[in-house]
Ligand binder design. Structure first.
Ligand SMILES: [Zn+2]
Ligand SMILES: [Zn+2]
Length: 311
């Protein structure tokens, strides 16, 4: 069995485990499996974007960069056990991600590369995959370039990628879990689901990805001991955000009002392709009665404001 086959098998088992856990012990009760944005997250972000950006990051950036500088790593680094190499990159990249994430929340331009990740109002194991393409290019180049350039064992890349995927699913999973004393070290849904809540108190808190220790260390922890609530207004962004993958990326470059764009025939046609296809597919499987397709040309809900626990 090759390493890729092993990591793929572990990942599949982990997905089944997390999905079962969500059903058995949900953080928010009643969250449907096929929740709002499920197909966009699965098809566009998890499958298509991941596949395309892996080629962009490795074949168009990291390997040409390695070829250009003609450097093949540090000998002492190559002699370290693979487990230590993985641990080194886990900790250093997680510390970088903490500060970059914090910067993304503080800087208006960088926020445009991160708001996509916060746009979902129903957060579950798949929600972590929703990240702007530019955010992925920046973070994964900074994550994987040192692994290649320092001459780490080739096994470090698939192992690190597996841990990223497993942690990403875990911290976004809709599961009720308390880590006890481990919460000071490891991140969990208890902390990260609050990071996705629409409350002023968490706009600049809980930035950690894998190790919660950074939030405790740098004073950005927020854990009030209760949950944000189940209303859509309790979650995601406090302003309207497009639901379509391409519109989400366009929105980061230029703000627009979907209601005004819907006046154009070409836009209405584009905007209704996906719901129409979904309706067709669900119709073929006879499931149209179980969850009616949401009409995208319906007027968007009113702009929401953020919540604050003090008022
Ligand atoms: Zn964030
Ligand atoms: Zn998140």
């Amino acid at each position: 069995m090759t390493l890729i086959q092993i990591t793929t098998t572990i990942l599949i088992c982990w997905i089944i485990f997390i999905i079962s856990w969500e059903r058995l012990s949900p953080y928010r009760k009643g969250l449907p499996f096929f929740r709002e944005g499920f197909w966009v997250d699965l098809v566009w972000y998890t499958i298509i974007q991941s596949y395309v950006l892996k080629i962009v990051i490795f074949d168009c950036i990291i390997y040409p960069l390695q070829h250009h500088i003609g450097w093949h790593g540090l000998q002492f680094f190559k002699e370290l056990p693979v487990a230590l190499q993985v641990l080194f990159f886990l900790v250093t990249h997680d510390l970088y991600i903490y500060f970059f994430h914090r910067l993304q929340h503080a800087n208006k331009i960088l926020w445009r590369t991160h708001e996509t990740h916060h746009s979902g109002k129903e957060v579950d194991f798949l929600a972590g995959s929703r990240s702007h393409a530019m955010e992925i290019i920046i973070n994964q180049t900074i994550e994987f370039a040192p692994i290649v350039l320092l001459g780490a064992d080739p096994a470090v890349i698939p192992i690190k990628a597996l841990l990223d995927a497993m942690f990403g699913m875990f911290i976004h999973a809709n599961i009720n879990i308390k880590l006890g004393k481990l919460k000071y070290i490891l991140n969990s849904p208890e902390l990260h689901l609050w990071h996705h809540a629409n409350y002023r108190e968490v706009f600049h808190a809980n930035f950690s990805t894998k190790f919660a220790v950074w939030d405790y260390l740098f004073g950005t922890i927020y854990n009030p001991g209760f949950k944000p609530g189940n209303e859509p207004g309790n979650w995601g962004l406090y302003y309207d955000y497009p639901k379509d993958y391409f519109l989400q990326h366009a929105f980061s470059l230029k703000r627009f009002d979907e209601r005004k764009l819907l006046k154009h025939k070409w836009f209405r046609f584009y905007y209704n392709i996906r719901p129409s296809l979904m309706k067709l597919v669900l119709g073929l499987f006879g499931k149209q009665k179980s969850r009616p397709a949401r009409r995208h040309c319906a007027p968007p809900e009113p702009v929401e404001t953020y919540h604050t626990l003090n008022t």
